[in-house]
Design a binder for this molecule. Sequence first.
Ligand code: ADP
Ligand code: MG
Length: 517
Amino acid sequence: MGKTAARVAIACAAATCAVAAVAASNRLRQRANWSRAVAIVDEFREAFQTPMPLLKHVVDAMVAEMHAGLVREGGSKLTMLLSFVDSLPTGDEHGLYYALDLGGTNFRVLRLQLGGKNGRILNKEYQEVSIPPDLMIGSNEELFDFIAQRLGDFVAQEGEDYNPHGKIRELGFTFSFPVNQTSINSGHLLKWTKGFAIAETVGKDVVSELQTAMVRQGLQMRVAALVNDTVATLAGARYWNKDVMVAVILGTGTNACYVEHADSIPKWRSALPKSGDMVINMEWGNFWSNYLPKTQIDEALDKDSVNPGEQGFEKLFSGMYLGDIVRRALLKLAKEAALFGERVPSKLSLPFILRTPDVSAMHTDESSDLEETSRVLSSVFGIKSSSLQVRRLIVEVCEIVAERGARLAAAGIVGILRKIEGDCVANGVANGEVGKVNLANGELGKLIGNNKVNGRKTVVAIDGGLYEHYPKFRNCVDSTITELLGKDAAKDVIVQLFKDGSGIGAAFLAASHSLYR
Ligand code: ADP
Ligand code: MG
């Protein structure tokens, strides 16, 4: 070998060594990153966990806060608003009724001809209208005129199958924004949400605004009931089943309502009929208890939100937030463990870019190479390649976040059931029917089982896209309710998806609060 050749050989060997050294160091770094990623996910699992004892505390806290919220205004973060719905549909309702459901970017109008117990719903028609975005931030008059006009157009199409029998047409108005209700058909708007921003409307009676607009449009119609989506869902489900006592919305947001005895509502005793039942709109999205597992991610999400410190329960699991909780978890993994390579994909930092249906798609991905997860990573974050190992970890993050949410929602529902059941027991005790029952002692399952009102089952009606379209979330809600109640007692509680109750329920309520009742 000549001198030159020897030099070349030495240089090549050195270069090979250097490349090997770099490769080895890369491997070491990757291994360290992967260990860090696994450790972070372990931390998530720990911080997001909701073991049974914790859930039972949440159940107790829900019961306590419900009582506190009923005692006086401001008594709890649960506002426990009176809905003024003191007469729920029975199925006996007769006649022609309309509903208007406004709760987002679309509104629905609905027409029903009811034929009583035997006929039930003789005819039903509806139409969906999307609201032009400029009207959502325009003037009060323009918005209500638009709604009244479209409602008028719909009324004008009333065919021969529908007959008002000379009566004034009546309407149930589902208005899913925060309202301070003053009677069954009046209430002042507290604030707009969901993209609406018309300052003029705030503080006004939304029923008067609608009635005035209807007059301007030459439409003769009476608003018989003003409700939100939760209360309308309860009414809609009650029409078919008299055992429905609770309704829960698990959609973009979350809320719950239930049937309460009027004499258990101290703060409104003077405003209420002497006896009977009243639907209470809990506004449970704002529920809070220190037992709720709030992680650093939840704290950051709340701090960055438009309403810090508010809607704490909702921010743990409603459809609006689940996606962003997962995104924040993935961002931490990208930053601290280079899960997607040395450069953090910039889209991971965009709030709300990952939506809850994407989380559902990844969580539900059962393909052997997690193809759907790949698709979401690519389409949402522009992450074009990832290892199967990484995708598995991401699916696990989805599971950790969704499971916590579903279990907390279930604990909330069981809290309501327990409040209802506790009242039955209290009444039973007063009547000397029920002996030494210790509510605080894990007797929950037994109570629900032993103290059914008149031996009937209790039905919980649930509506909302999160519950409807995310099967793993739904199954987890259902199974956790059973776990909390105990198998035997759970047999007496039926949890049921009740779709689109928010429109039809309002029409039923117009019937049960009709002038011609
Ligand atoms: P809203 O609550 O606005 O009245 P919905 O009840 O229809 O509307 O719920 C819509 C919400 O449901 C969405 O914001 C989304 O969070 C959730 N959702 C819809 N589809 C899915 C899905 N496939 N998986 C998980 N969540 C979904
Ligand atoms: Mg809805």
